[in-house]
Write a protein that binds this ligand. Sequence first.
Ligand SMILES: [Zn+2]
Ligand SMILES: [Zn+2]
Length: 140
Amino acid sequence: MRVLKCPACREPMIVAEYEQVEIDTCVGCGGVWLDGGELEALVGRAVPPKPTPDPDLGPPDRDCPICVHKLIKDRYGRSQVVVDKCPHGDGLWLDAGELAQILAAYPHALAEPSHHEDHATGALRGFFSAPRPASPKDTE
Ligand SMILES: [Zn+2]
Ligand SMILES: [Zn+2]
């Protein structure tokens, strides 16, 4: 299994499964790395990239954990959450809480829309509390 280093604090990240998408999660800072297309899978739609980075968001300050090029800051769709994206499409980085903000902007993203925010928040809290109990899948 690959081990990616957190772009924010350089800790090795762990892989957590969320809504059947494997997410690299940093237990140090609570951020998550999503491979290219994974966030689109979670929100259930394609969000077209902006042609040019938004200059108001400041210079790149983090490296892609896969190709080590600088991540480009951009606002993600209608959520307006600032994400750090790999210029080569490897994926994008979300600081702690940003995934929940993005999912909250796409209320039909998850299977249980009426419990959507609690569901996302609870799942994220589970990611970041250590140690995690083994999931049922691991013990089968
Ligand atoms: Zn980190
Ligand atoms: Zn990259």
